[in-house]
Design a binder for this molecule. Structure first.
Ligand SMILES: NC(=O)C1=CN([C@@H]2O[C@H](COP(=O)(O)OP(=O)(O)OC[C@H]3O[C@@H](n4cnc5c(N)ncnc54)[C@H](O)[C@@H]3O)[C@@H](O)[C@H]2O)C=CC1
Ligand SMILES: O=C(O)C(=O)Cc1ccc(O)cc1
Length: 302
């Protein structure tokens, strides 16, 4: 039996449009309605044809939904939830896909205090955004982390889990604060490092931009992919996962200082030991089958 019959996606970008496509591919009898605050995006989504209906207002989009998925930037979650509050059916489940969970759950909860809320985060994505960038297989073999609070109806959590599993994801239930710390280490700070190194390279006066592009082989090229990620989305992630990101950045700074000392004092053993340890981590990721040509990010254990 299907967990939901009428799903509404609010925010029709990379993730929202991928969910709509994945539902069509894996649960073809489920009706998917979409809404986006940007009229041009609504038109584009309609033309791409991955929805059964494109609504003109948020209220019309949710009026008979049994699952509403908020797929907007983290900083817009409260506003998006408020826009559906009046028309949300009392028995509908509200979920989201935001990359940080504590602040997002609080913003949604404040806007729809009586709704059944099952916050989520599919740990799957790309550096692209918008409705044309989505694809039906995005969540296959990837983790989706759900962060319900202790009071949430377990049946609602099970239905949202079943929904993600149908789309090929593997579900993990986690405390929201723990999610935010884990993702700060594995996703948020790595993105910050990429934004930072690509910015530094392009600012260097003695190296022309032309040379940066011409000689961007290997590692630097990988950083430029990450640093091409959506500016609105990532600004919001950093502003909404402040404490965890700052804690991990502090640790990183200490570790970089240690490397700086090792280089200054010619301590080759310290460098060699660290590089040996990090190589083993990469190898264990590959052995566990988490590597992927598209992106290494968030592949579920087999
Ligand atoms: N991009 C990625 O790789 C991943 C993103 N996420 C999360 O998914 C969410 C969406 O990200 P993307 O799909 O990549 O962004 P996107 O930029 O492709 O799409 C976001 C859409 O939300 C719309 N929007 C903004 N405010 C709105 C509002 N108040 N009401 C209705 N629509 C509104 C925008 O017009 C845009 O079309 C973010 O919270 C992000 O943290 C989660 C996993 C991966
Ligand atoms: O493209 C990549 O490498 C990513 O890291 C994708 C991604 C971006 C944001 C998320 O919250 C989850 C996954």
């Amino acid at each position: 039996m299907l967990p939901f019959a009428r799903v509404t996606v609010v925010g029709l970008g990379l993730i929202g449009s991928s969910i709509a496509r994945a539902v069509r591919a894996t649960m073809p009898t489920v009706r998917v309605t979409g809404y986006d605050a940007d009229p041009a995006t609504r038109l584009e989504a309609d033309a791409l044809g991955f929805l059964d209906d494109v609504a003109d207002t948020p209220g019309a989009a949710v009026i008979d939904a049994d699952l509403v998925l908020l797929c907007v930037p983290v900083g817009a979650m409260g506003e998006a939830a408020a826009s559906i509050a009046e028309d949300l059916p009392t028995d509908a489940i509200v979920s989201d896909v935001g990359g940080c969970k504590v602040s997002v759950a609080a913003a949604i909860r404040a806007a729809v205090p009586d709704a059944t809320l099952v916050p989520g985060h599919p740990v799957a994505g790309t550096e692209h955004s918008g409705p044309a960038a989505g694809f039906a297989t995005l969540f296959q073999g990837r983790w989706c982390i759900l962060t319900p609070d202790g009071d949430t109806d377990p049946a609602a959590v099970m239905r949202v889990s079943a929904f993600w599993e149908r789309m090929g994801a593997q579900v993990e239930i986690m405390d929201a604060a723990h999610h935010d710390l884990v993702l700060a280490v594995t996703s948020h700070v790595p993105h910050l490092i990429a934004y930072s190194i690509v910015g530094t390279a392009s600012d260097l006066e003695e190296v022309t931009r032309g040379e940066v592009i011409k000689y961007s082989a290997g590692g630097f090229r990988d950083f430029t992919r990450i640093a091409a990620s959506d500016p609105t989305m990532w600004r919001d992630v950093f502003l909404n996962n402040r404490a965890a990101v700052l804690e991990i950045l502090q640790r990183l700074q200490e570790d970089v200082t240690m490397l700086q000392r090792a280089i200054r004092w010619g301590d080759g053993d310290a460098l060699f030991d660290l590089f040996t340890r990090t190589r083993a981590i990469r190898r264990s990721i590959i052995e566990q089958g988490q590597d992927d040509a598209r992106a290494d990010f968030g592949r579920a254990h087999p």
